[in-house]
Write a protein that binds this ligand. Structure first.
Ligand code: BES
Ligand code: ZN
Ligand code: ZN
Length: 529
């Protein structure tokens, strides 16, 4: 027993950042696969839901495969009476000499699209879920090279399988890790292979961004300190972006008293990241801001210990900013983005901020910190002020900010607070494409009053009562923003997936990275950014 503990500890100790990212590259880039490996090839084909018991409604690609196999696939499917329903699969073997398994997956009714009440494109979501299920089943069977039907929406198909195959098992023994799988798009019967490959690549890059967010969120806080977070960002983005790593002295010189009041309880030094992607020349970048609390104990207003491990994901906003930048830069979008990420731990200690302490933010506003667990808004206050200095055309912040947004919306959607109808419409449009939903929340003066009624300072960091907690948090942030196009995304409710999203495994979700990438893509089409 003692020996095995010693062994484990030494393995964790040895694991440094470069070790982790080397394995990360191994799992995501096909060029890293060993050539001597034994490949077991499999094929995923899509069918539409169809009541008929004597015909199969194949996708275009699937029909061609069936014809090539002399109708064997349709014959085998029709040997059982019950037609395939959306989300169900059938696995066939020995139907094609090239593939050891052919898995047929049902992608729902033909022609399904935007559902207004659900605010989602049902067709695309069904494809993501159907191919995700298919590739996971094939991986279980030991298949490791899988060709996937584009199912009429190549990008959605690529997203579904790349998101489903993600797993964070870097810290596990080799035998417990999920095997690597090579996936590609079944383009052989396509009229325009090039555009299909291009769309596949776009879907894969969107998923890759979200998978980087998931990886960062899942990493334990002893390994992912603010300093390590900055190192990983440099490794992942430095060839495409400029990455500036600011230290505590810099934050002091900028008078970021609100940010530093959170960091002071920890022995881990705070870091402020400033990242720039210049896909076009402009004087008004899009500004992204992400909450980067690498662990939130609550500070002196300490949290209950049950479930506290999830607070390693309290840098989810920061992770989604980095994941979005990875995809935006890989897609070479013609847009200018600047990102601002305050990183620190929220710990209780002899040097920690105490309830009732008053701190001063970068814009000179004083804040009475009545609850040290409402720390996200304190670090964002300074980051938002700083971002304003770069004349941004819009500011979008993301933060795992309040438990209250989870009470309000659960994992159904990220809560969005914005002063711009135009921005809201664009973000919602982006979320319909990504399937990762958003829902608008109010920025009424009603909530501002709750945080401006303060005994000692200009603002109180809590609203006084638990009611409308996500709205008072947003009202607090509003005090640090002048920009006419500001969006605040409270992502605490969508931080982790417990089975709600079929194509994401259980664990940290990386939501809403793909929505933000799609949003930036939409904005890149507007001239001024
Ligand atoms: N990091 C938490 C919010 C959170 C909760 C994120 C659940 C993910 C899942 C945040 O810093 C926090 O503790 N907020 C407090 C605010 C309260 C003290 C006003 C909360 O929501 O309870
Ligand atoms: Zn907190
Ligand atoms: Zn927090």
């Amino acid at each position: 027993m003692a020996a095995s503990i010693v062994k484990r500890v030494s393995r964790v100790k040895k694991l440094n950042v470069s070790h982790i990212s080397a394995r990360y590259k191994l799992l995501t880039g096909s060029r890293h696969f060993s050539t001597s490996k034994q490949w077991n090839k499999a094929l995923v084909l899509g069918v539409y839901e169809n009541e008929s018991t004597d015909s199969i409604d194949f996708t275009g690609t699937a029909r061609k495969f069936d014809e090539k196999a002399d109708g064997k696939i349709s014959q085998l499917l029709l040997t059982v009476k019950k037609p395939l329903k959306c989300g169900k699969t059938r696995t066939l073997h020995a139907v094609d000499p090239e593939f050891s398994s052919v898995l047929v997956t049902c992608i729902g009714k033909r022609g399904e699209g935007y559902d207004e009440l659900e605010t989602v494109d049902k067709g695309r979501e069904s494809i993501r879920a159907a191919v995700a299920k298919a590739v996971l089943q094939l991986r279980e069977l030991g298949e490791n090279e899988i060709e996937v039907d584009s199912c009429g929406d190549t990008e959605a198909s690529a997203e579904g399988c790349h998101l489903a195959l993600f797993s964070y098992d870097d810290l596990k023994a080799e035998k417990s890790r999920k095997p690597a799988v090579r996936i590609s798009c079944a383009t052989r019967y396509s009229q325009d292979k090039n555009s299909m490959e291009k769309e596949w690549r776009k879907g894969a890059i969107l998923a890759e961004g979200q998978n980087l967010s998931r990886r960062l969120m899942e990493m334990p806080a002893n390994l992912l300190t603010p300093t390590k977070f900055a190192e990983i960002v440099k490794e992942q983005l430095a060839d495409k972006c400029e990455v500036l790593v600011r230290d505590k002295d810099w934050a002091e010189s900028m008078k970021m008293g609100s940010f530093l009041s959170v960091a002071r309880g920890s022995v881990e030094p705070p870091v402020f990241l400033e990242i720039e992607y210049k896909g076009r020349q402009s004087d008004s970048p899009l500004a992204l801001v992400g909450k980067g609390v690498t662990f939130d104990t609550g500070g002196i207003s300490i949290k209950p210990s049950q479930g506290m491990d999830a607070m390693r994901g309290d840098m989810g906003g920061a992770a989604c900013v980095v994941g979005s930048l990875l995809s935006v830069s890989k897609l070479q979008l013609p847009v200018h983005v600047k990102a601002f990420i305050p990183l620190c731990e929220n710990m209780p200690s002899g040097s920690a901020t105490k309830p009732g302490d008053v701190v001063t933010a970068m814009n000179g506003k004083t804040i009475q910190v009545d609850n040290t667990d409402a720390e996200g808004r304190l670090i964002l206050a300074d980051a938002l002020c700083y971002s304003e200095q770069f004349n941004p055309s819009l500011i979008l912040d993301m933060a795992t900010l309040t438990g209250a947004i989870d009470v309000a919306l659960g994992a159904g959607a990220a809560g969005v607070f914005t002063n711009s109808d135009d921005m809201w419409n664009k973000l919602q449009k982006a979320s319909v494409r990504s399937g990762d939903r958003v829902w608008r929340m109010p920025l009424f003066n009603h909530y501002t009053k709750k945080i401006t009624e303060c005994q000692l300072a200009d603002l109180n960091n809590i609203g006084g009562s638990r009611s409308g907690g996500a709205c008072t948090a947003a009202a607090f942030l509003k005090e640090f923003v002048n920009n006419k196009n500001w969006l605040h995304l409270d992502i605490a409710g969508v931080m982790s997936n417990s089975g709600d999203v079929a194509y994401l495994g259980k664990g940290m979700s990386g939501r809403p990275t793909r929505t933000v990438i799609e949003f930036i893509n939409l904005m890149s089409k507007e001239t001024k950014n």
